[in-house]
Structures are given as structure tokens and as C-alpha cells.
Ligand binder design. Structure first.
Ligand SMILES: O=P(O)(O)OC[C@H]1O[C@](O)(CO)[C@@H](O)[C@@H]1O
Length: 529
């Protein structure tokens, strides 16, 4: 295709959402003109499914739950007036709470104000807040936000070191929908101890966002925490950023949560339209289908040409892969669906993996995210009449062309700026595209049965560790090899796990396990001291 023909195709397929100033350009995806028409029937079904979902159907059949993230930004659409009121009351409570914190009416016992937020959460209870904080944060924010998003001890130490003596001014927000996620529980317990070590009362610094009656909810009540905000079972973790999960930290940071909600709301309105060429969520879902033959055969590379959107790929990794990566379809047939998502940011990636994109295995399609506004205010000239932002555009267009020349497909989302409204709109756009695509390939986008297996297996490892420690401590005179110990605890077949547990135990001072080297790594002996 010549550049001139591409220009015509660009004009023909450019999809615009005027209310948020967003465009989606799919002209560099190699679909045939008939493709859209051929998919119309399937898309009609996707619209119907979405419509019943928005009306409150049990859209997550095996968990028997409604799926209501769209009501968060349009409470009047909730199927029950009680729900609409809960949504509105929660947003009002978030505003009121944040105002009290900012004004010092809600203050820590040993400092004048809360100036920092420590958010403890994982998966959907951290990725959305991280995206928003990074995309919209400035040096003038009311509060600075830090994260514990793992059970990595060193990771937590690094964050605590950054907080230092400011822990006395830190409000900890523990977020868990289920209220029982171990990584988050561990983060909370470690945070609590850090406060105690500084002579601070954790409960007077702590807020929870969780489901009513959850383990976390009960813990917060028992500890006399400042406040608990609700997390409803009809909001999935990966679509929770516009519930208290994302709105509370954003508002504490001083961000424009109304803008985020209104951007999402406007995008929802635009993506309810059944005109396939005017609906960016429908068009995007169709492009995903086209690129990977409805089988996820091509990976989704997310390339934002804006540092502030760098976390989009991590956020979308959960949204897309946890939603679409499914073994079985809705009829119980094994389909092993999914689309792999990765990315970082342009132009930086030009100097990393773009080499493979252009010349290596052609198993991907790129989504470029373009932001028209370079920065707040004017830019200096790095060369005569050329700014750094001009270069950024040049690199984006250059990479796009270089990929196209080599038959690598791409689409481009363009937004005027990175603002609360555009971030809200992008979130809503991808949420709906994922929902549409799920219907196109006949899967349940709203459950995650696969993650349970890993959680259960982790529990088994810790149980085995308990047995290993009991055995070692019961016979301190004896040093065991991993093989001997596995047999002694009645888990001969689990010898590799026992070996890994022993290597970890002996590498750390916590459990008093010592390692005595042997002729090979596998002959090493372990004893309790
Ligand atoms: O908010 P929770 O219940 O702690 O869950 C955190 C994350 O864990 C998952 O359930 C997966 O393990 C995600 O779906 C979720 O976002």
C-alpha cells in the first residue's frame, strides 16, 4: 500500500470520540474491508451480552455475580436504587474523608498532618492505583503515594526506608476485595510492625477498602482503624480502579476523581453505540480478533509515547490476560484462549526490543499510545526549531512506518493530553473492549479460576516447611540431606520442594537452619540450631 492509499484508509477508518478527544486509527492493521461486515453478527451478540450485563444480569456465571463496574461512573444505571445510593454515598464519603485528611481534621496522633499514603494491595487492588498515581501525579500533589504490592521483604524495606521518619505522617490504606489475600495480609502485618517500632498506633493510621465481613474488614474493626470503605462483589478486582480502590488513593493524592469518572462515563456512552466504525471499543476488539484469528495468536504490544503512561502495559496485562486467558469457553470446551500483553514506553523501547519487532518473529501487533500535548507550557529548542517533543513524535511515526514496511501491524490511540478525563476514558475503553472480545471468543471474562491453583500450591509448600522445621527442631543433633528429610517427613516425592525450602531457610536467619556443604549441592546437610 502506498503512503497515499494509507492516508485514504486512515481517513476512512479513523474512529473518534469527540467528548474526550480520543481517536483510534486502525488503518495499519491488515484487515480486509469486508472483515468488519463479516463480524457484524458476532458483534451484535457482544452488544446484546454487554447490554444485559449493564442491566444487572449474572454476567459471571460460575461465580453467580453481576458485573457492575460501568455503574461506578453512572450510578443511575445500577439495577437497584440501593446500589446507586451506595455508589454515590461512597464517592461522597471518599471526598469527605480526603478533605478531612487534607485539612488536618483527620490527623495522625503524633504529627500535624498526614502527608504520605502507603497503599498495601496486589493485582487489581494495586495496579489501577499505581497507573493513576503515576499518570497524573505532580510535585504539587497533596500527598505522595507509596506501594507495598508484594510479599517481598526487601521490597517493603525499600519503601519503608523511603518513608523514614515520615511514617508518623503516613496513612496506610489496605486494599483487598476478598480481604484474605496473603501478600496483602503480609504487607499489612509488616506495615503494622513498622509503625509499632516507631511507637505509633497503627489503627490510628490505617484505612481499609474491602468487602463487608471479610477477614480484613474484621481486622480493621478490631484494631479500631480510622475508616473502612466498601468493595462490592459485583466489581471485579481488575475493573475496580473507579471504585474506592482507585478513587480513595487518587483523591488523597489530590487528583481529580470527578474528571476520571466523567472521562470513563463519556467513553462508556461512546462505546455503547452499535455503529462498529464509530465505536472504538468494538473496533479494537475486532482488531484483536483479526490480528490473532480469534485465538490470541498475536501478542499485544502496548507502546505509549509518554512516560506518564508507562504503567499502562502492566495495568492492561492484568485486565486483558486475567480476563481473556481461559482454559474453557462458556460451553465448557477446552479453548485455551488469551492475548499476551507486554510493553513499556516509546521511544525508550526503540533501544531495547523494537529490533525484534521489526526483524524478528512476527507474532504481535502494536498499539501505539500518542499524546498530543508535550508538557505543561512551552519547550526549549534542542536543535533549531525542534523540541524534544518533536523528536518523540518523529520516533513514534518513524517506528510505526518501519514496522509497517515489514508487514508488522499496528494501531494508534491518540489523546490530547494525559489528564484525569483521558485516563478515565482509556480505562473505560479497554474494559469494554475486553468485554466485547470475550463474547467474540465465547469466554467468561470475569472469573479467574487459574490463579487459585498457584495459591493452593503455595499453601502446600508452607505446610511442608512446617513439617521440615518440626523434624529438624525435634532432632537438633542430626543433620539431614534434602532426600533424607523428605523421606522422614513422609514426603519422599516432594524432595525438590523440600530441597528448595531448605536452601531458602538456610539463606536467612529467621528459622535457625544451618547448611553444611557436601560434595555436591544435593549432598548438603541441614540442621536446626
Ligand atoms: O483484592 P484482592 O481480593 O486482595 O485480590 C487481589 C487480586 O488477586 C486476584 O484475585 C488474583 O489472585 C486478582 O483477581 C485480584 O485483583
Amino acid at each position: 500500500m502506498t503512503e497515499r492509499q494509507l492516508w485514504e484508509r486512515y481517513k476512512k477508518y479513523l474512529c473518534e470520540v469527540e467528548s474526550v478527544g480520543l481517536t483510534l486509527d486502525v488503518s495499519r492493521m491488515n484487515f480486509a474491508d469486508e472483515f468488519i461486515e463479516q463480524m457484524r453478527g458476532r458483534m451484535e451478540k457482544a452488544f446484546d451480552t454487554m447490554e444485559t450485563l449493564e442491566k444487572g444480569a449474572i454476567a459471571n456465571p460460575d461465580e453467580k455475580r453481576m458485573v457492575g463496574h460501568y455503574w461506578l461512573r453512572a450510578p443511575e444505571r445500577a439495577p437497584e436504587t440501593g446500589l446507586a445510593k451506595e455508589i454515590q454515598d461512597t464517592v461522597a464519603a471518599i471526598r469527605g474523608f480526603a478533605d478531612d485528611v487534607h485539612a488536618g481534621r483527620m490527623k495522625p496522633p503524633k504529627a500535624d498532618r498526614f502527608t504520605r499514603v502507603l497503599l498495601v494491595g496486589i493485582g487489581g487492588s494495586a495496579l489501577g492505583p499505581q497507573l493513576v498515581a503515576d499518570a497524573l501525579g505532580t510535585a504539587a500533589d497533596r500527598m505522595q503515594v507509596f506501594f507495598f504490592d508484594n510479599t517481598d521483604p526487601d521490597g517493603m524495606d525499600r519503601v519503608l526506608a523511603q518513608l523514614g521518619d515520615r511514617l508518623s505522617e503516613t496513612l496506610t490504606v489496605v486494599i483487598s476485595k476478598s480481604g484474605g489475600t496473603k501478600e496483602t495480609r503480609n504487607g499489612m502485618v509488616e506495615a503494622e510492625r513498622a509503625y509499632q517500632q516507631k511507637g505509633l498506633d497503627f489503627g490510628k493510621h490505617a484505612v481499609a477498602v474491602t468487602g463487608g465481613g471479610s477477614e480484613l474488614d474484621r481486622y480493621a474493626k478490631k484494631g479500631g482503624w480510622l475508616r473502612t470503605f466498601p468493595m462490592w462483589d459485583w466489581v471485579g478486582g481488575r475493573t475496580s480502579v473507579l471504585s474506592a480502590v482507585g478513587l480513595l488513593p487518587a483523591r488523597l493524592q489530590g487528583l481529580d476523581i470527578d474528571g476520571m469518572l466523567s472521562g470513563a462515563r463519556d467513553m462508556d456512552e461512546a462505546t455503547r453505540k452499535r455503529d462498529l466504525l464509530r465505536n472504538p471499543a468494538a473496533l479494537m476488539a475486532l482488531m484483536w480478533f483479526h490480528a490473532g484469528n480469534g485465538r490470541g495468536q498475536k501478542d499485544m504490544v502496548i507502546l505509549p509515547y509518554k512516560d506518564r503512561l508507562m504503567l499502562m502495559s502492566r495495568y492492561l496485562q492484568q485486565l486483558v490476560m486475567e480476563s481473556l486467558g481461559k482454559e474453557k469457553d462458556l460451553d465448557g470446551k477446552v479453548v485455551n484462549q488469551g492475548i499476551a500483553v507486554y510493553g513499556n514506553k516509546g521511544s525508550t523501547d526503540q533501544h531495547a526490543y523494537v529490533q525484534q519487532l521489526r526483524e524478528g518473529v512476527n507474532n504481535f501487533f502494536v498499539t501505539f499510545l500518542e499524546v498530543l500535548k508535550d508538557r505543561g507550557g512551552a519547550s526549549m529548542q534542542v536543535e533549531p526549531d525542534i523540541t524534544s517533543g518533536d523528536y518523540l513524535l518523529g520516533f513514534f511515526l518513524g517506528t510505526r512506518r518501519a514496522l509497517f514496511e515489514k508487514d508488522r501491524e499496528s494501531m494508534t490511540l491518540t489523546v490530547p493530553d494525559v489528564s484525569a478525563r483521558t485516563v478515565g476514558a482509556l480505562i473505560a475503553l479497554y474494559e469494554r473492549a475486553v468485554g466485547f472480545y470475550a463474547t467474540l471468543v465465547n469466554i467468561n471474562a470475569y472469573h479467574q479460576p487459574g490463579v487459585e491453583a498457584g495459591k493452593k500450591a503455595a499453601g502446600v509448600v508452607l505446610e511442608l516447611q512446617g513439617k521440615v522445621l518440626a523434624k529438624l527442631r525435634g532432632d537438633k543433633a542430626k543433620a539431614y540431606t534434602a532426600e533424607e528429610l523428605a523421606t522422614a517427613v513422609g514426603a519422599a516425592d516432594e524432595v525438590e520442594t523440600v530441597f528448595k525450602v531448605l536452601e531458602h531457610l538456610s539463606a536467612n536467619p529467621d528459622h535457625g537452619v544451618r547448611r553444611e556443604p557436601g560434595p555436591t549441592r544435593f549432598d548438603a546437610r541441614f540442621r536446626a540450631s
